[in-house]
Design a binder for this molecule. Structure first.
Ligand code: URA
Length: 202
């Protein structure tokens, strides 16, 4: 990509980010982060407390999980573009302790943020979209009841804003931590992703 195209993309992303912030006043927004020229776009669910604190997706515990993923792929984080489907931290109250805890984003929250995600994808135009868990899988495929168990570790195709992308869904790394066999499956899937990236010369 030449310097002018890179600058245009930066401007478009800055405009989109300004719009997300302006249209969601009162919410602590965590924007996408990384290389706008990346061939791989990684999409998570929603930021957690640490992400809100540091204003960056996948930091803290989630950042460690991301690092494990990057180590298998032998990729540096700064080569990648990383974002979330929903760009604020959805919270609820713990019934047990009364404290604020993460919750899954609602369908309407996902729908609201999906339009920004699609614009983001249109600016990055990656070769491969990697989704982590059900939330981004459902958002990019439009299949509201899609289950990651049926899609993980296999490449498929999606059309977003009239462009076709390779989609490679993975389990959300946080969901496999306490489940050893699922964790092995997840690691196997990331290795499959690595092979696929080699095959298509990315
Ligand atoms: N942190 C993020 O930024 N996204 C997730 O999906 C989980 C943790």
């Amino acid at each position: 990509m030449n310097r002018i195209d890179a600058e245009l993309d930066r401007n478009k992303m800055d405009e989109l980010n300004d719009k997300i912030i302006k249209e969601n006043i009162g919410k602590e927004i965590v924007l996408g982060d990384g290389n706008l020229n990346s061939t791989i776009m990684l999409i998570g669910e929603a930021p957690g407390a640490k992400e809100v604190e540091l204003k960056k997706p996948f930091v803290g515990q989630a950042g460690k999980q991301l690092q494990e993923f990057l180590d298998i792929l032998e990729l540096d984080r700064d080569k990648l573009y990383v974002t979330n489907t929903v760009k604020f931290r959805p919270t609820g109250k713990s019934r047990r302790t009364g404290s604020e805890v993460n919750r899954a984003p609602s369908k309407s929250e996902i729908n609201h943020f999906k339009k920004y995600l699609f614009e983001e994808i249109d600016i990055i135009r990656p070769e491969v979209i990697v989704t982590l868990g059900n939330v981004p899988l459902r958002a990019v495929t439009g299949l509201e009841n899609a289950k990651i168990g049926d899609f993980h570790g296999k490449k498929t195709k999606v059309i977003i804003s009239n462009s076709e992308y390779i989609l490679f869904p993975l389990y959300h790394p946080a969901s496999v931590i306490y489940n050893r066999s699922l964790k092995e499956e997840y690691i196997g899937d990331v290795r499959n992703l690595k092979n696929m990236l080699c095959e298509i010369k990315i």
